[in-house]
Design a protein around this ligand. Sequence first.
Ligand code: SAM
Length: 289
Amino acid sequence: MYLLFVNEMNYLNLGCGRRFHPGWTNVDFVSTGENVVAHNLTQGIPFPDNSFEVVYHSHVLEHFPKAAAESFIRECDRVLRPKGVLRVVVPDLEQIARTYLTALEQANQGSQEWQANYEWILLEMYDQTVRSSSGGEMAAYLSQADIPNQEFILKRCGTEAKILIEAARQQQTSSVVPESQLKYLLKRLYRFLRYPNFRRELLIKSLLGKEYNALQIGRFRQGGEVHQWMYDRYSLTRLLKKCGLDSIIQRTATESYIPDWTSFNLDTEPDGNVYKPDSLFIEAIKPAA
Ligand SMILES: C[S@@+](CC[C@H](N)C(=O)[O-])C[C@H]1O[C@@H](n2cnc3c(N)ncnc32)[C@H](O)[C@@H]1O
């Protein structure tokens, strides 16, 4: 069954998070705003064939297992109109790998600056894939009061890193008053009486004992935060071709087949800065019927 509401503009942003244009149709696991439809994209795209002129997703494909990527791209193709544009943005594996090699050489030769950069690029490459709790080691790195290579990180990861650093600093300055034991127990009792899911969770926890932790890790890893695979210009082009798309081309953040692309402020900020400079931007066209 398909959702009926397609926004007038016929442009679709999948896995939008908090980065969406109100004139588009936007989808994510949970609704992050009035214009965001809540839907799990591993269950397909909830719109009829040939609905959209543009399908866009940024830093989403790498969150799908490799085996699910092809069916997701085929779904994107299905909901696109003939001659419609698919724009896929992912972290650029090639750029990460090249930076890693530079960092390795420089750090090995004793450069202090590159020792920190080496640490960071490994977090980009691995922490985002192997972590089993939200934020992982990357969040801890960004929470340091004095980040030794902040400029390097901001140059690579742009606005996203800036937001994370600012959030970590704010958390550190807001004073947290420790909760009394009584308040804690009353809160738990209230939740127990009020929420069936809380009772269910307590039951699962007591049944699973030590194995409850394994369930928590599994839930987290299916929750859309970790990277399940990575792409470069070669593998992403090959995937789009396999799914029947045409006119595949690598772009910059500002270039696009989509008219007035930068006016939507998805890959760029209003001041012209690139939102996620560590990205690979690839576009393709759905062949005419
Ligand atoms: C790294 S964020 C990117 C958000 C946004 N597109 C951006 O560029 O800032 C990945 C987003 O994909 C969403 N996501 C991952 N897997 C999903 C799924 N199976 N269904 C719906 N949304 C999913 C996550 O909830 C998250 O908002």
